[in-house]
Design a protein around this ligand. Structure first.
Ligand SMILES: N[C@@H](CCC(=O)N[C@@H](CS)C(=O)NCC(=O)O)C(=O)O
Length: 214
């Protein structure tokens, strides 16, 4: 049985939950309460020295980093594929996914926000402005990229969900959590609603996780 160290509000863990559901892989949900700081406990740091979730553990070993985990799942359980068949299409999907996972999400991570308000003394207002700024410029660029490309379909790439959608949906959930309007991104919103109509995405949502009430 796969074990996934998880937190309901973690968008990186949310990506992995979606991938596991798309692959119909059952897993054990091991909550790590990020706001209480459990990711920094010695016990968890022996599993993931980066003190971040998610971490996946299976019979082959322990893997950190959501993108590495998802590509691992895709290679070990190829059906349904989360990356398209041709190199150019795979590059497109990875470029959308990485625009989120590398350029938007890390700037808004809990430890970054805590550093802003703690070590650098930024106000709550300044922290929220920072959060919104990086999401807004990232999503605006993605909207432009996706709206202009004929390869965009019901999903970010064509008619089936890929790694790009797996990254997009949690990022939009984060945006909403900080009361950001996503009306300015109609293509992203349309793709999100197609994703959320699928059970694999819907079941992975933060409010449906076992630690959501804690
Ligand atoms: N690049 C990593 C990012 C992981 C990450 O930043 N996880 C966040 C939750 S979304 C976390 O554990 N934050 C804890 C903290 O900031 O202390 C991945 O994709 O797995």
């Amino acid at each position: 049985m796969i074990k996934l160290y998880n937190y309901f509000r973690s968008s990186a863990a949310y990506r992995v939950r979606i991938a596991l559901n798309l692959k119909s892989l059952p897993y054990e949900y091991l909550p790590v309460h990020l706001v209480k700081g459990e990711q920094r406990d010695e016990r968890y740091r022996t599993i993931n020295p980066q003190a971040l979730v998610p971490t996946l553990v299976d019979e082959r070993g322990t893997i950190s980093q959501s993108m590495a985990i998802i590509e691992y799942l895709d290679e070990t359980v190829p059906d349904p594929p989360l990356l398209p068949a041709t190199p150019e299409a795979r590059a497109r999907v990875r470029s959308i996914a990485q625009a989120i996972a590398c350029d938007i999400h890390p700037l808004n991570n809990l430890r970054v926000l805590k550093y802003l308000t703690g070590t650098l003394g930024a106000s709550e207002g300044a922290k929220n402005a920072w959060y919104r700024h990086w999401i807004e410029i990232g999503l605006a660029a993605l909207e432009e990229q996706l709206a202009a490309d004929h390869r965009t379909g019901a999903f970010c790439h064509g008619a089936t969900p890929t790694l790009a959608d797996i990254c997009l949906v949690p990022q939009l959930a984060n945006a909403r959590r900080y009361a950001l309007s996503i009306d300015a991104y109609p293509t992203l919103e349309r793709i999100e609603s197609n994703c959320l109509a699928l059970d694999a995405f819907a079941r992975a949502a933060p409010d449906r996780q076992p630690d959501a009430a804690q």
